[in-house]
Design a protein around this ligand. Sequence first.
Ligand code: MD3
Ligand code: FE
Length: 218
Amino acid sequence: MPSELFPLDAPQTPGARETLGVQAVVLRGRAAHHAPDLIAAIAEIDARAPFRHMATPSGKQMSVAMTNCGARGWTTDRRGYRYDPTDPLTGRTWPAMPDLFQTLAREAAVGAGFPDFQPDACLINRYIPGARMALHQDKDEIDFTQPIVSVSLGLPAIFLWGGQARADRPRRVPLLHGDVVVWGGADRLVFHGVHALGEGEHPLTGAVRYNLTFRRAL
Ligand code: MD3
Ligand code: FE
């Protein structure tokens, strides 16, 4: 059955591996047992490097609030997109990547066939109902042989999985609390986005979805 026919809150089988593309796999529920620790760590990062609504080069404020941890952080402003070792808001380095984040990302990558992944950047996205992310490619990194690992926490979202061309009609894939996705190889540059978040309350996050994306920036 195509995934777009599943209701958003359909029970996904924890431990299931769902193949999105030749080198893109959803590991259902893989991070769920770490969720309280991950959410506590996000709060600590927010205290040192607050979530903010960055501006795109065209000057529009993003509806998703963002911060980072790790040696590099992804930022955007009128000057463009880049990875920066310092937080432009505070002038200080980004908070260190917690060991739990690093271990979780590396183990997921190994399990998906990427044994050499060493993330140096973790972008943290915060969605509230109505927030969305337009179709885009992640191409500000240097080495596209390195995968990206994502961890979803809190409210569910409809992830839009496009193709190699912007015009390819995206497939809708629900991403739920605790899901981990690894994207690499041939699927590393696919267009993707996130549908406007629906209303809801999650017991651990309230009316919020967090998404961690682990990257090798340099
Ligand atoms: C597919 N974040 O931060 S994570 C992003 O849920 C981003 O917040 C979304 O897209 C979110 O750039 C989606 C899943 C994801 C991340 C990177 C990818 C999917 C990807 C890179 C290539 C292909
Ligand atoms: Fe992306």
